[in-house]
Design a protein around this ligand. Structure first.
Ligand code: RIB
Length: 283
């Protein structure tokens, strides 16, 4: 069982002809709402890839909560540890997507995600765990200290974290921007470090040495929201299953590529059979 300690958001998405620069207004966008949040996305991605998953998180006591939880519920993620908090709104992410490239800009309004506390994990047995930085660090620290199995931390969005947290990780995943923010602290953690490189795939390091590199299959990119979450979840599931670092990284970049082929975060998260089929096709 993987316990994910992380965020739940409702993503409000505008897909338009370009991404705005600061001070610019871009019109002509198409509006959509999808369940999202890095924690929820990773929980559902891991579940669709075959893992048993429980999500520890918080939503508001509002209408957006049901919408944000819908696909997690349908997908069979255990939501018994999701708190519905009075006086807080469900987290919301305002997302602009460039219809031509699939690239995005995201502004997150955390709402209830920021009231997650160490007490929310204190009573739980935790085997494997995944955590993201869209929830407070003290809750993550409490969880990593309880975990008896594999600990995967996605340091996104990049924020200050104590070395104490990094030292508990078996796997740290970051994109290139986040890797620059954390610098040598990633190597010092002693964890496997996965750096995702967008369309170029990803690299896995141990003690600062490259131990695996994988390029994704060619796909038609529609929307990259959720691709990083899929990559992290797939790599975690694969390593827990006992795949070699090279096999696990190839599996993860294939899953991440598939997540780019449909709009929305959670609607685009791939199922195991689709990842296996694409990997076997050798594209
Ligand atoms: O990683 C993608 C996610 O980041 C979106 O679903 C959005 O909710 C933000 O948290």
């Amino acid at each position: 069982m993987i316990t994910v300690v992380g965020s739940i958001n409702l993503d409000i998405v505008g897909t338009g002809p370009a991404l705005p620069r600061p001070g610019e207004t871009v019109g002509g966008a198409r509006l959509a709402r999808h369940p999202g949040g890095k924690g929820a996305n990773q929980a559902l991605a891991a579940r669709r890839l075959g893992a048993e998953v429980r999500l520890v998180a918080a939503v508001g006591a509002d209408d957006m909560a049901d919408e944000a939880l819908k696909l997690l519920q349908d997908g069979g993620v255990d939501l018994s540890e999701v708190a519905h908090v009075n006086g807080e709104t469900t987290g919301v992410a305002l997302i602009a997507v460039d219809a031509r490239s699939g690239e995005n800009l995201i502004v997150v309004c955390p709402g209830a995600n920021h009231v997650l506390r160490p007490d929310d994990v204190a009573h739980l047995p935790i085997e494997h765990m995944m955590g993201v930085l869209e929830v407070p660090v003290p809750a993550l620290l409490a969880a990593v200290k309880k975990a008896t199995g594999f600990v995967s931390l996605n340091l996104a969005p990049a924020l200050p974290v104590p070395d104490e947290l990094l030292a508990e990780a078996d796997l740290i995943s970051v994109n290139e921007t986040e890797a620059e923010v954390y610098g040598d602290r990633l190597k010092a953690s002693g964890a496997l470090v996965a750096v995702s490189l967008g369309a170029e795939g990803a690299v896995l390091y141990k003690d600062g040495q490259e131990i695996a590199r994988a390029a994704p299959p060619k796909v038609e990119v529609v929307d990259t929201v959720g691709a990083g979450d899929t990559f992290t979840a797939a790599l975690t599931v694969a390593l827990i299953e006992g795949m070699s670092p090279q096999e696990a990284l190839a599996f993860a970049v294939t899953a991440g590529a598939l997540a780019c082929t449909k709009p929305g975060a959670q609607p685009s998260l791939p199922h195991r059979r689709d990842v296996d089929a694409l990997a076997l096709s050798g594209k």
